[in-house]
Design a protein around this ligand. Structure first.
Ligand SMILES: *Cc1c(COP(=O)(O)O)cnc(C)c1O
Length: 444
């Protein structure tokens, strides 16, 4: 595109990151190579791993619009949170997006071809790149209403009341994304017990929804488990949607749930998968993913018209899946534990400090560092630490479970800092460790 980007691509190739490289699983060595090209891409400070060759930093390409707009950059020690713009795309994904952006295509051709490609890679019948998991939930619901009624996409949501439009959900699985189902005109029928569930099926039922992470040990106490939920829906010939938006890793979850028999499964594209933040996946039975496609853009008379997925996001999503399938959960976990150790080592001499690492069971299933200390000994409170880290440039953002009661599989409390290490860029664990030490020893 520009001389700069050509230089960058060359640098990436020197670092062993050409996208047509081997598809071998990610070794520590290739991770380090990736780190270096990521660093070159993001213009981070030089990073020299123990066994790595010194990296040759390359200036980032293009204008820095965060600086131009006066928007403060953050070091993401939180995780894949939507408000923090979730993940950053790996360099090979950014390059694929950059290339795709240079050429128009027929959007429908791209939607269909990307769906077929993803379905094959992710071992399911049908796939659709959506505007995110939330968009996928709306389109899943629209597909199930359209399927049950043999109706036209143009009827939703305004005619849904006169169509079959009920979705069954456990009370403990009610969440803000119910809104995404209601957007298609669905009405939610809430159940608690197994008997409630069995009795809830009627001539208006079109779908059931299961919030995957609600099975978390310390999550809401739902009475009906995943497999039983699915089995009973299928006894009534009703399709079952699973919301697994934040539930990768492990990588195999991308096919595990469709292979269990869930008719539709959604994932967020911009969380662990590290695609564009406004992309997602709807995977499952082809007749339903086909109907989801008919309910979305570019069709104007469709509930999904406003959930546009541009060529850049479609290609970015496919490239992110390709990238992900070259990774290994074990190598990633090892790297996250390495980062956690760098940070805990940096603060281990703070009096009363106790560190531990926890991996939530379902959503955000990666090591998180817990740093618990006694504020009366250290002379600083958890909210003060959070505030001080935010006051710096770039601001360091800790996991929102910091200072919180146990939540989402993270056993935090008022005196615990939670550091999410998986979204840190190369070299940032060291910065977070230094900053944490500084704010914990800073005189008020
Ligand atoms: C993040 C999330 C979503 C929404 O995902 P987007 O890709 O941001 O639309 C939906 N459901 C759950 C459980 C999530 O964690």
């Amino acid at each position: 595109m520009t001389n700069g980007s050509i230089r960058l691509n060359k640098q990436a190739e020197v670092n062993g990151m050409s996208s047509n490289g081997s598809s071998s699983r990610l070794s520590r060595r290739s991770f380090l190579r990736w780190s270096q090209s990521a660093m070159a891409m993001f213009g981070a400070a030089p990073f020299i791993g123990s066994k790595a060759e010194a990296a040759v930093p390359t200036a980032p390409v293009g204008e820095d619009y965060y600086d131009k707009l006066g928007v403060t950059k953050i070091i993401n020690a939180a995780g894949t949170y939507t408000t923090l713009t979730a993940a950053c795309m790996p360099p090979q994904v950014i390059r694929a997006v950059e290339r795709a952006a240079l050429h128009p295509v027929y959007l429908h051709d791209l939607q269909v071809a990307s769906g077929e490609y993803l379905a094959k890679k992710l071992r399911c019948e049908g796939a659709l790149v959506t505007s995110g998991a939330s968009g996928a939930i709306t389109l899943a619901t629209a597909a199930c209403i359209t399927s049950a009624n043999g109706s036209k996409p143009g009827e939703l949501p305004q005619n849904a009341g006169s169509l079959k439009n009920e979705v069954i959900v456990q009370k403990a699985h009610r969440y803000s994304y119910d809104h995404a189902m209601m957007l298609s005109g669905a009405v939610i029928r809430e159940v608690v017990t197994l008997d409630d569930y069995k009795n809830a099926f009627n001539e208006k039922t079109v779908m059931t929804n299961f919030f995957n992470a609600a099975e978390e040990e310390d999550g809401p106490q739902a009475q009906i488990g995943r497999e039983q939920w699915l089995e009973i829906a299928h006894q009534h010939n009703v399709p079952c949607h699973l919301d697994a938006a934040a539930d990768m890793p492990p990588i195999e979850n991308l096919w595990k749930y469709t292979q269990m028999g869930f008719d539709l499964v959604c994932f967020s594209g911009g969380k662990g998968i590290r695609g564009p933040q406004n992309a997602g996946l709807l995977l499952g039975k082809k007749h339903l993913t086909d109907l989801a496609l008919r309910n979305t853009n570019p069709n104007g008379d469709a509930v999904g018209r406003g959930m546009k997925v541009a060529k850049e996001q479609i290609v970015g999503m496919v490239a992110a899946v390709d990238w992900l399938l070259e990774q290994s959960d074990e190598a990633n976990e090892k790297e996250y534990n390495r980062r956690a150790k760098i940070i805990s080592d940096a603060v281990k001499n703070i009096p009363s400090m106790q560190s531990s690492v926890v991996v939530p069971k379902i959503a955000n299933h990666v090591p998180h560092l817990l740093l618990k200390f006694d504020p009366s000994v250290v002379g600083v409170t958890v909210p003060q630490v959070v505030e001080r880290l935010r006051a710096q440039k770039p601001r360091v953002e800790l996991n929102p479970n910091t200072g919180h009661k146990p939540n989402q599989g993270i056993p935090s409390d008022a005196n615990t800092l939670v550091v999410g290490v998986w979204m840190l860029q190369p070299g940032e664990a060291e910065i977070v460790g230094r900053r944490l030490h500084a704010v914990l020893t800073q005189k008020a």
